[in-house]
Design a protein around this ligand. Structure first.
Ligand SMILES: C[S@@+](CC[C@H](N)C(=O)[O-])C[C@H]1O[C@@H](n2cnc3c(N)ncnc32)[C@H](O)[C@@H]1O
Length: 276
């Protein structure tokens, strides 16, 4: 079946993700508790990435389909975790409503970790994606999610926008370049209710997160991978200087004096919603 990706550029690399953000799939303990996987569950994992997060619950369920818009991530997930009970498919979830083989009211549970703030960035498809998630579930089905919430990684976002402004990009354009949508719990509750969900729980948690210490990871690796779209607003020859500038500006803000470890101000928005 043809992938639904609308020809978008792949900003992700499974290799860079493992080097600079390996903590993401590991820090989802609460979300997995909320999923409460059962042996009969058929689960849809939205923005599944390289499958490392999905792998946490594969043994406990009947089957899972992971969907993601990154070719690199989907190839890696199929190679490492593909099996008769786990498959992974290229889908741009901004257009999930078009994939009638998935949005068919057949899933017991839908889960999404650390992906929705990318997927919902596009204002024109925001509500249709949430509606498609609702439509994919069985009546009585459960949607559990964790994503960046209001104020997430505010220090890096500010530094990146300001660096673009310093390099001649107008402030409005620099802000528009951000690939993230970090809503408040209030916004999310009302959006979920608007598409028909009954919201059982919604919470915003400040969760400082330790960066990797890998030579190619750390703050610089994180900025290059997660901030790729900001950097693309600049000519290629200016990008390395901007990464260095952003890391210099942030060094004091993110580094802990006692051991030199580096931490970002992650804010997680987590919830459980039911299709009634
Ligand atoms: C931070 S990773 C999280 C991956 C995985 N859920 C985990 O916990 O490790 C974010 C993922 O969202 C995916 N993503 C971003 N925009 C997307 C879209 N429009 N449709 C589907 N996936 C998308 C990226 O390709 C990436 O794999």
């Amino acid at each position: 079946m043809a992938p639904i990706t609308q020809g978008a550029k792949d900003h992700w690399s499974a290799e860079a993700y493992a080097t600079s953000a390996s903590f993401v799939p590991k820090l989802a303990g609460k979300l997995l508790q909320y999923l409460n996987p059962k042996p009969t569950d058929k689960i849809l994992d939205i923005g599944c990435g390289d499958g490392k997060f999905t792998e946490n619950f594969i043994p406990a369920i009947e089957s899972v389909l992971g969907i993601d818009s990154s070719k690199s991530m989907i190839e890696s997930a199929n190679k490492d975790y593909g099996s008769p009970k786990a498959s992974f498919r290229l889908v741009d979830c901004r257009y999930l409503e078009k994939v009638t083989s998935i949005v068919n009211g057949s899933w017991d549970k839908v889960i999404s970790n650390a992906a929705l703030h990318w997927i919902l960035r596009d204002e024109t498809t925001r509500m249709s994606t949430l509606r498609a998630i609702y439509g994919s579930l069985k009546p009585g089905g459960t949607y559990v999610f964790e994503m960046g919430g209001h104020g997430n990684v505010a220090e890096v976002k500010t530094a990146l926008i300001y660096a673009l402004v310093q390099h001649g990009i107008p402030i409005e354009k620099a802000k528009e370049t951000s690939p993230w949508f970090f809503p408040s719990d209030t916004w999310m509750r009302s959006a979920l209710e608007e598409v028909g969900f009954q919201v059982e729980r919604i919470e915003l948690e400040y969760r400082p997160t330790k960066l990797t210490t890998d030579a190619k990871g750390g703050l610089e690796g994180w900025v290059r991978l997660m901030g790729a779209q900001f950097l693309e607003a600049l000519p290629e020859e200016k990008r390395d200087a901007v990464v260095r500038q952003v890391c210099d500006v942030l060094e004091d803000v993110v580094t802990r004096g006692e051991d030199g470890s580096q931490w970002l101000g992650y804010v997680r928005l987590r919830g459980i919603a039911k299709k009634i």
